[in-house]
Design a protein around this ligand. Sequence first.
Ligand SMILES: NC(=O)c1ccc[n+]([C@@H]2O[C@H](COP(=O)([O-])OP(=O)(O)OC[C@H]3O[C@@H](n4cnc5c(N)ncnc54)[C@H](OP(=O)(O)O)[C@@H]3O)[C@@H](O)[C@H]2O)c1
Length: 302
Amino acid sequence: MEDYSQTSQDSQEHIRAAMKARTIALPDGTELPALGQGTWYMGEDKREAEREADALRLGLDLGMSVIDTAEMYGDGGAEKVVGQAIAGRRDDVFLVSKALPGHAGRKAIVKACENSLRRLGTDYLDLYLLHWRGSVPLGETAEALEELKRSGKIRRWGVSNLDTGDMEELLETPDGAGCEINQVLYHLGSRGIEYDLLPWQRERRMPTMAYCPIAQGGALRRELMNHPSVRETAERHSASPAQVLLAWAIREGDVLAIPKASSREHVTENAAAAALKLDEDDLKKLDAAFPAPNRKVPLDIV
Ligand SMILES: NC(=O)c1ccc[n+]([C@@H]2O[C@H](COP(=O)([O-])OP(=O)(O)OC[C@H]3O[C@@H](n4cnc5c(N)ncnc54)[C@H](OP(=O)(O)O)[C@@H]3O)[C@@H](O)[C@H]2O)c1
């Protein structure tokens, strides 16, 4: 496996080229790199803010232009870190933020969006998501999001943590068809969406944003990273286990994975996963160890 603590100009160029070749398309035709950057837990400790912003900037340099954040993260702190990272280079970024369900009402979502924009130091979001479903009717939120689009504060909107039934309900509302993406938990150890949500979205050409693509921290990630099938696949490609998990998540060309990394090494390693293509043998081995479900399972959420 490569040492990502020192990356030469040449290898940066190689990563950028690989990233350009791994894209997904939004319903409106916009192409995005299949690997973006998460920000959960950023902005919680002010002393870490510059290091986190630096990691995000490096990710942008390497072509991971999608930055995913939320008003919830660090109680606005993550959006401030993102604002710091993207200052002076707004055009390099496809900026995504999310509204809390408690702010999903007609008036509240406008205020929440304006607050996010202020923390981010910008006047528009490329994509605004409903973070998860709460008590506000989906139709009301969809209508308000369309209004935000018309006002120019957001370019597109989508949802997060909505399972198939919720998606069907959303699409039946008058403005529901405006939904461009659903962001859900997806990694090798949690494949529930492959049973019906992912096929449902694929039928409608609605891409998926995969959150927790490397299973966050903790025991599950250790289990995945240390599993012989993952380790052998990594060794076979001179890659790291994290890169195998990322390459696996984006293998079909319509899933955008948003790993969060706060060190330059992790960012570089994650971006370099754009160059890793798993072949049929790899996928068979990983399927055998972590099979896709053969029945409906409730949507995994963190
Ligand atoms: N919509 C939702 O409800 C929802 C829920 C959860 C997450 N999200 C979004 O999805 C993003 C990703 O999910 P996540 O942050 O929960 O989990 P994740 O990306 O699966 O994992 C993040 C963890 O992995 C570590 N890491 C990153 N790159 C690594 C590498 N190459 N090797 C080893 N460890 C590595 C990070 O450490 P370092 O920070 O030290 O680099 C961090 O501890 C979030 O940040 C957020 O933007 C959305």
